[in-house]
Structure formats: C-alpha cells, structure tokens
Design a protein around this ligand. Structure first.
Ligand code: DSN
Length: 424
C-alpha cells in the first residue's frame, strides 16, 4: 500500500491509521471470496474521500432547499444519467444510503401499511430486507413467500409463486436474492404480477454489475417496473444504494418522495460522486469483459467442485456465486469451513443452505464468489486452482504442514495479482 495517501491520518491518529493499514494488508494478501465484496478504483476512493462530504443538498438537482448547489447538481445529474444508460431505464434515484434503505423506501413508495409483498424465502436465498420476521419492516407490511421447487437444480416453484399470488393478492412481487446462484425467469414473474395487479420489483444488489456489464439479463428488458440495488458489489462502486424505474413517471415521483423527505435527510454527495465515477467505469468495454470473466471464473470453480463430488446447492451456478453444503461433503460445519479457509488466506462466509437443519451461526454451508478475485485479473486457471485449494484445505483441516504450504501458495498468487488501482 502507498501509505503516503493516509499521511494526515498517520500524523493525527495512530490508532485509526494502524487499523486502516492492517486492513489494507489483509485485503492485499488474501483471496477475497465473499460474493458481495469487491475492490474499487482509486478514482472511486478519491470521490468518496472528497470535499463533497462537507455539503448539505436536501432535495434533487434543480430543486434543493439550501444554496450553493451548482456543483453538487452536476455530480448527482451525472450519476443519474449514467445509471439510466447502464440499466436502460428512464428514472434513477441515486440517494439511498445502501441496499436496505433503498428497499424500505421502495416499499413505502409502492404500498400502504398492511399491504402484502411476495418475495423469496430467506432460507432459499432471499434477503433479510425481504421481510424476515426479525426486521422492523415486517411489522409494517405483510410478507408471504415462494421457494425453490428443487434444491438440486434451483428451479423456482413458479406454480407455487402463482398460487400464493392469487391467494394473497400482493402489491409487489419481488425477485432477487443474496444467496441464490441461478438466473430467474423474469417473464414468468411479470406474467403472474399482471394477473394479480402487482408491481414487479427486482432486488439486483448482488448482480447489478453483471446486468450492467450485459453478462446477465436485465429484468427491465422483460418488463419489470422497478430495480433496487446496492452499488458496491459486482457494480464495483462505493457503498450505497439506488432505485431505478423503467418508465412510469408517477412511480418514479413516489420513489423520490419516499427517499427524501420520506425517509432520509441530506444525501451523501461524496458517495454520489463515487457512484458517478463507478458508473462511468461500468459503461466501458473493459467492464463488460470483467462481468463476463466473473461468470467464467465461477463456472471454472463449479467444475472443480462438481468433479470432486461436492454438493452444490442448485447443482452449480449461472452467476458470480456458489453455495456448497460442506457438512454433507466434508463433515465440517460452515463455521468450521469459514475458519479453516481463513487460516490459509481465503475469506468467505458461512451460510445457511436451503432447508438447513443447522443454525444460522453454525450452518451447513459456505457461500463464495468470484467478483473480487476477477477484479485482480485472475482468470479460470487461477479460479480452478483456488477451488482445488479450498477442497484440499477442508479435507485436511487439522494438517498444519499442508495448510502452511497452501497459505504460501496463495500468498504468492496474491503477489502476482496485486489489487489494481485503475480500471480505465
Ligand atoms: N450483506 C450482503 C451480502 O453479503 O449478501 C447483503 O446484505
């Protein structure tokens, strides 16, 4: 790491400086496989760390409550226009602070308290913000669920989805996930939504970059009404959220009102500048290559795991992530797998698998993906070798010599693929 860039922190706050430099070394010297994480460019970091953090800008470009907005308006308009171009839609709100606030704003924009959302069950890959019983939003709206028909192939049970929709008449049918490795049949969602008069919303937080890079289908092309997303996963931007509307001006207006003044105050203009810069990067041909390679690398890992007869939930992957049942395949829990892989320098997360008999803090599975290692320039050869190392590590979890050798090999790999600073 070039520590000069943190020299003011170093001078005035040694403790924070030490934590940041240690984290920088951790990110550089290990293989990052949490599928929702990535590395941003220096340009995005500069925007994040810019003086735009000093400014209050309640409102929207051209309609602000405070003065001095001539440059913040430029920044937010750039982010909006680039988002619209990336996702082929007419309206974008780039102010949500992250994915969860984006989903909450979307719910309030599209529904009245007590209305119903039909979303994917968390245990089958959905997300907490899709109405998990522990969330506050679950007290305001009514959430009903659909699941996979077959865990071994990942096929969604569209018959059940339709039956639940006909019974409960949801206002929103929600597609999207945080732990589901397959493509969705967006047309089927739209057909069912039309039948019951529901809005179609896609929470694309995990795959937004893959859609922007044209490696996966865009739900708007199949008629979805709204997309919510984070900007910091495959899209490789700063931490933040965004709500996109395909063509309905009234819907877009309600979404803007729900975000501000409905739920948020002043937007974080430094993050919005980071979004504008990241979206500019995502519009390049190089980003399309990146998105394609993320999928190729995930497929390469899938092959190694399948050849080794490891149980993959849904049988494989169509996107950037994989879910493995390590309890069945290696006789260890997801927590043990996370810990032993961490010892050799691979970071991923333990994860519940569909219908998991174990608990969330000690589940049967692990979830891992290729967005971050692909950003480092690794291709299918490296991805395959990392998959082999994962298997060797889990099979030899108590063999210190073996793990030491694998750790050394991974460190060498990281040295050969330093985190890039620039993507343009
Ligand atoms: N924490 C994110 C993830 O890892 O998928 C989603 O909230």
């Amino acid at each position: 790491m070039n520590t000069n860039e943190y020299n003011y922190i170093q001078k005035q706050d040694e403790e924070v400086f030490a934590a940041i430099t240690n984290e920088a070394a951790r990110q550089a010297n290990g293989i990052e496989m949490i599928p929702s994480e990535n590395y941003v460019s220096r340009a995005v970091l500069e925007a994040n760390g810019s003086i735009l953090t000093n400014k209050y800008s309640e409102g929207y470009p051209g309609k602000r409550y405070y003065g001095g907005q001539e440059f913040t308006d430029v920044v937010e308009t750039l982010a909006i226009e680039r988002a619209k171009e990336l996702f082929n839609c007419e309206y974008a709100n780039v102010q949500p602070l992250s994915g969860a606030p984006a989903n909450v704003a979307m719910y309030f924009a599209l529904m009245e308290p007590g209305d119903t959302v039909l979303g994917m069950d968390l245990s089958h890959g959905g997300h907490l913000t899709h109405g998990h019983p522990t969330t506050e939003i679950n007290k305001v709206f009514n959430f009903v669920r659909y699941k996979m028909k077959d865990i071994e192939t990942g096929e969604i049970d569209y018959d059940e989805l339709r039956a639940v929709a006909l019974e409960h008449k949801p206002k929103i049918i929600l597609a999207g996930f945080s732990a589901y490795p397959r493509e969705l049949d967006y047309k089927k969602f739209v057909e069912i939504a039309k039948e019951v008069g529901a809005y179609t919303v896609a929470d694309m937080a995990h795959i937004a970059g893959l859609i922007a890079g044209k490696a996966l289908r865009n739900p708007f092309d199949d008629g979805f009404d709204v997309i919510t997303t984070t900007t910091h996963k495959t899209l490789r931007g700063p931490r933040g959220g965004m709500i996109l509307t395909r063509e309905d001006a009234d819907l877009a207006k309600r979404i803007n009102k729900a975000v501000f003044p409905g739920l948020q105050g002043g937007p974080h203009m430094n993050l919005i500048a980071g979004k504008a810069v990241a979206f500019g990067e995502a519009l390049t041909p190089a980003f399309r290559e990146y998105a394609k390679q993320v999928l190729i690398n995930a497929k390469a890992m899938e092959k190694v795991f399948k050849d080794a007869e490891v149980r993959l939930i849904t049988g494989g992957t169509d996107n950037h992530l994989l879910l493995a049942d390590v309890h069945t395949s290696f006789g260890i829990s997801g927590k043990e797998a996370e810990e032993v892989l961490d010892e050799v320098g691979i970071t991923l997360n333990k994860n519940m698998i569909a219908d998991d008999p174990r608990t969330p803090l000690d589940p049967s599975g692990i979830r891992f993906g290729t967005p971050a290692l692909t950003t480092r320039g690794m291709k299918e050869g490296e991805a395959s070798r990392i998959a082999e190392i994962m298997i060797e590590t889990m099979r030899n979890k108590d063999d210190e010599n073996k793990k030491g050798g694998l750790r050394t090999e991974l460190e060498a790999l990281c040295n050969s693929f330093p985190i890039p600073e620039c993507f343009m």
